[in-house]
Design a protein around this ligand. Structure first.
Ligand code: 16Z
Length: 481
């Protein structure tokens, strides 16, 4: 009887031990997963951010301009009296339109009103620090005089290079220029969506040389260019060409030191895009924030990043009919504040008409953003994530390497006071409206780090506004980067 009991107890013990061990199996597996990195020939080649001066300059921009201009701008989303329901620059893929007809549009591209100095002046007034222009979109038409294609501006009635005077005009205004280049090419005979046959591979091999030649040509022709914005890299053919895109990126950076290339160009050994099989970003910044903005700092994985945004709901090239909701200047300003508060750049897209004129809505948006920037750009340029808990009234940004935090206020609480919670070890020496630095705002300490900042009576704003906080004890504190 006794023996039997102890035997049972032992069994119970063993069983408990077994259960206990089971508990740890998942965490042991997870740990093993963390440790074993998949070895990749063509994955990410860097840990953390790029730390050179060119990338520091990119990081300081805050606001940028994207321009989509090409043959699609002639149609503006309309063909044969019908409005295409998709993005205007994609109209060639619409089943209603004969490809031949689209591919003859270059015979009509003659932007008589193209005045690059005016484009650059508008961008300067808007306050953008960098501009990205479509040198070749998916339709394959080249806005520069390329020696590697006949489907270029040279064979249009306009004849003249578009990219050269544009870069010159923008650079003259102190604005950096980046080149958009679509890898995907609907026009080129050697482009393939997938590589299924030997013939496909041979054609695609020729296509890859064509790409390399064109990119080399662009850098040789336009040495002041700061980087490429690659697009159209999602097809199987390119995903299977990770070795090529890896060597291409390294080659371009070698012939053009400091060149900036986002995470959209390459694919790793397994065809993963943007992030490799180990979850590490490929390229110099996260290029996936297209028409969407991260909500929290965790969403950006400690990487540099940029958000590109359309003013209408969708569509990048000129459309005769802007679709969906058009973002107001205030909405765009808030988006910019959100981006900068999370350490990213905000880029607004423009789609000029084929004749070289911007639509009135875009001119107005650019002017209004510029008016706001003239008063408030302290809170945008050279700013980073402040590391402070987000509050409902808006967004914190912090001047890099300075003891200044900005509050970009987009919603005034009915209480008239704004709550802040500074990060540990930080105190606020003074707070003032950026517009009236001599008048200090009243602050009330609530508890450790938590304060209310009182707005002056009768304050009313129709736009976001900025409060500057001069902070103390910042030296001992490591900013959350
Ligand atoms: C949903 O599939 C898309 C959406 C947009 C595929 C491509 C694009 C292109 C746009 O034409 C524009 O150039 C944008 C920046 N790009 C990602």
């Amino acid at each position: 009887m006794i023996l039997k009991k102890s035997y049972r107890q032992n069994l119970k013990k063993i069983f408990h031990l077994f259960l206990f061990t089971l508990l740890f199996i998942p965490s042991a597996i997870a740990q093993a997963q963390v440790k074993t990195k998949i070895s990749l020939l063509h994955g990410s080649h860097r840990e953390g951010k790029r730390m050179d001066a060119d990338m520091a300059r990119w990081r300081s921009y805050g606001l940028g301009q994207f321009i989509h201009w090409g043959l699609y701008s002639i149609l503006g989303g309309k063909w044969n009296g019908q409005q295409y329901n998709g993005a205007a620059e994609w109209i060639r893929s619409w089943k209603e339109i004969p490809k031949r007809e689209y591919d003859s549009l270059y015979l009509k591209f003659d932007p008589k009103e193209f005045r690059p100095a005016e484009w650059a002046a508008m961008a300067k007034k808007m306050g953008v620090k960098y501009m990205t222009i479509t040198t070749k979109h998916h339709d394959g038409f080249c806005l520069w005089q390329s020696n590697f294609s006949t489907y270029t501006i040279s064979n249009s009635p306009y004849k003249n290079d578009i990219i050269d005077p544009l870069i010159e005009a923008y650079n003259k205004e102190g604005i950096d220029v980046y080149l958009y280049y679509s890898i995907l090419d609907w026009h080129h005979p050697d482009w393939r969506y997938d590589l299924k046959t030997k013939e496909d591979s041979m054609a695609f091999c020729r296509y890859k040389s064509f790409v390399k030649n064109q990119l080399t040509e662009l850098l040789q022709k336009y040495p002041s260019v700061k980087g490429f914005w690659f697009d159209g890299t999602w097809d199987e053919s390119w995903k299977k060409s990770g070795a090529f895109s890896d060597s291409l990126e390294q080659y371009l950076k070698k012939i053009h030191p400091g060149l900036i290339i986002g995470g959209r160009l390459r694919a790793d050994d397994f065809g993963n895009r943007h992030f490799d099989a180990n979850g590490e970003m490929m390229g110099d910044y996260e290029q996936g924030w297209e028409r969407k903005i991260p909500k929290t700092y965790a969403d950006v994985h400690g990487n540099d990043w940029e958000c590109v945004m359309t003013i209408p709901e969708n569509g990048w090239g000129y459309s005769q009919k802007w679709m969906g909701h058009w973002k107001t200047t205030n909405e765009l300003l808030e988006m910019m504040a959100q981006c900068v508060s999370l350490g990213g750049n905000f880029v607004v897209n423009f789609g000029p008409e084929a004749n070289g004129i911007f639509r009135p809505e875009e001119i107005k948006t650019a002017r209004e953003i510029g008016e706001w920037m003239r008063q408030n750009d302290d809170a945008i340029y050279n700013c980073e994530y402040a590391g402070w808990e987000k509050q409902d009234w808006g967004y914190f940004t912090k001047k890099r390497n300075e003891n200044k935090v900005y509050m970009i206020i987009c919603n005034i609480p009915v209480s008239g006071s704004l709550k802040i919670r500074s990060s540990a070890g930080i105190d606020v020496a003074k707070a003032f409206l950026l517009q009236s630095p001599e008048k200090l705002l009243t602050m009330e300490n609530i508890e450790n780090g938590v304060k209310f900042i009182y707005l002056p009576e009768g304050l009313s704003f129709k736009k976001p506004f900025v409060i500057e906080l001069d902070i103390r004890n910042a030296k001992q504190v490591t900013w959350n980067k």
